[in-house]
Write a protein of this length. Structure first.
Length: 303
């Protein structure tokens, strides 16, 4: 009887029985499903123009205007063959090289000059620092069109029109206030104890800037490089103003040549060039996109 009573009163679960996981509410499952559907729809809307452009690059010219669907009726690679042959006697590789020179030069100039100016504003106490920083931020309110005429007159008087100098000089002189402001905010979040320790070891501002500040603001440098590369690669107005020789045109101006060389616009070739021009930007962004996330995440950290 005692054994039966003990068995009846012992209601503890067996040791090898795993505990049951708590059930998630059905409402949470519905909310998650709705969010997934919304994200899929939003992604499809955003990516549809890119997908359409990719398929449209294989359409012959007579299908533009008659075939409004996504897929071409008679796919052809003649558009890419025509584009790779060049235009106006200039090979397409020349336009790519010009765009690459401008984009890489812009990245190098902005990374060097903006980081140096940002270090000066964030770490060096000099007279008028607040005033100069305010004036620099105020330049963000000036539209580019206000500066077109005086800048063009200066470069024309210096004999620098139809060269890459007007398009690159400002990048090496820290005239891009957006990137300077971005790096200033990043440097201000770094602990000053690192600077003081380096100064005790005998380091001056140049060595602190090179050996301590630059490695720690790598996410900000990569973020600035991505934006500088994309903005320079897609720039149309600047090269249109300062470049006169077709052999010096970047890709955005090469697109205009494909439309102006005949009385009828060559839509197939134009879209094919657009696809080829978009590939370097996509590759550059895909390679360095993780640094964008890292830069945003580390902005919340305080030293």
């Amino acid at each position: 009887m005692s054994d039966l009573a003990a068995t009846a009163t012992d209601t503890r679960p067996a040791a090898d029985t795993p505990p049951r996981a708590p059930r998630r509410p059905r409402r949470k499952h519905v909310t998650t499903a709705v969010w997934i559907v919304c994200l899929v729809v939003f992604t499809a809307v955003v990516l549809y123009p890119l997908v359409w452009m990719g398929f449209a690059s294989f359409k012959p010219n007579h299908e533009f205007g008659s075939n409004s669907g996504l897929l071409p009726d008679d796919a052809t690679i003649d558009n890419y063959v025509k584009v790779l042959e060049g235009v106006a006697g200039i090979p397409l590789s020349r336009f790519f090289l010009n765009s690459l020179i401008l984009a890489v030069g812009s990245v190098i100039g902005i990374v060097i000059s903006a980081s140096m100016a940002a270090y000066a504003f964030a770490r060096i106490a000099f007279r008028g620092r607040g005033l100069f920083f305010t004036v620099m931020i105020a330049t963000l309110l000036l539209p580019f069109h206000v500066l077109i005429i005086p800048q063009y007159m200066i470069y024309r008087n210096l004999g620098l029109v139809d060269t890459f100098v007007p398009l690159l000089a400002g990048k090496f002189l820290a005239t891009e206030a957006f990137f300077v402001f971005l790096m200033v905010q990043f440097i201000r979040n770094l602990p000053r104890d690192l600077d003081e320790a380096a100064r005790i070891d005998g380091c001056g501002h140049p060595r602190i800037y090179v050996m301590i500040t630059l490695p720690l603001i790598k996410p900000a440098l990569i973020t600035s490089s991505i934006f500088a590369f994309i903005w320079s690669w897609n720039d149309f107005l600047g090269p249109l103003l300062y470049l006169n020789s077709p052999e010096k045109y970047p890709l955005p101006l090469a697109l205009r040549i494909f439309n102006d060389q005949t009385s009828v616009s060559d839509y197939g070739a134009t879209i094919a060039v657009s696809v080829l021009a978009l590939l370097p930007v996509l590759l550059f962004f895909m390679i360095f996109q993780r640094f964008l996330v890292e830069g945003v995440a580390t902005q919340g950290l305080k030293g």
